[in-house]
Design a protein around this ligand. Structure first.
Ligand code: FES
Length: 167
């Protein structure tokens, strides 16, 4: 019979646990910086999500109730507790991006990747998500791929150039 620890070992590898430890330390184990910690941990996990065992590990390490961690995950669109894709393409749907052309940006993204918003490509490589402003209004219209922001995406050619780095 396997214990919970052996069951969890496949996802929460020793390397990943060490990486999480160093991320928590870099934020001085400060619970007010939980969002930043979760985002950084998520960036280190294939398919850009936070599995239960990882959330439980952070909960235990930071002495934060697991329920609070899930409150944060469900509140922030940039965080997920289910597997997404290798490359999570987030399209800002807030007002400045809207008036600067995010509709054609969305059309181009869907056309190039062959998927719609909230869909994952068949090979699991890409998903497109619509999200609230992520603070790149000065370079709108903008997208974020695995946390990295790209702006001034006013033509399909520029979008293609960005996506070429994520093939
Ligand atoms: S409105 Fe799009 S990044 Fe702020």
């Amino acid at each position: 019979m396997s214990s919970p620890n052996t069951t969890n070992f496949e996802v929460l590898t020793k390397d990943l646990a060490q990486k999480i430890d160093s991320i928590i330390t870099s934020y001085e184990n400060n619970s007010t910086k939980l969002v930043g910690i979760l985002l950084e941990v998520q960036d280190n996990i294939p398919k850009q999500y936070l599995p239960l065992e990882v959330a439980a590990y952070i909960s235990q390490k930071m002495n934060i109730p697991l329920s609070r961690i899930y409150d944060v995950i469900s509140f922030y669109a940039a965080l997920s507790d289910v597997p997404r894709a290798d490359y999570v393409v987030q399209l800002c749907d807030s007002v400045v991006c809207k008036v600067t052309g995010n509709t054609s940006l969305k059309d181009s993204l869907q056309d190039i990747l062959g998927i719609g918003v909230n869909e994952i490509s068949d090979d699991g490589k890409y998903c497109i998500e619509s999200t609230a402003c992520f603070g790149a209004c000065d370079i709108a219209p903008a997208i974020r791929i695995n946390g990295k922001v790209f702006g001034h995406l006013t033509s399909k050619e520029k979008i293609k150039q960005v996506l070429d780095n994520y093939r």
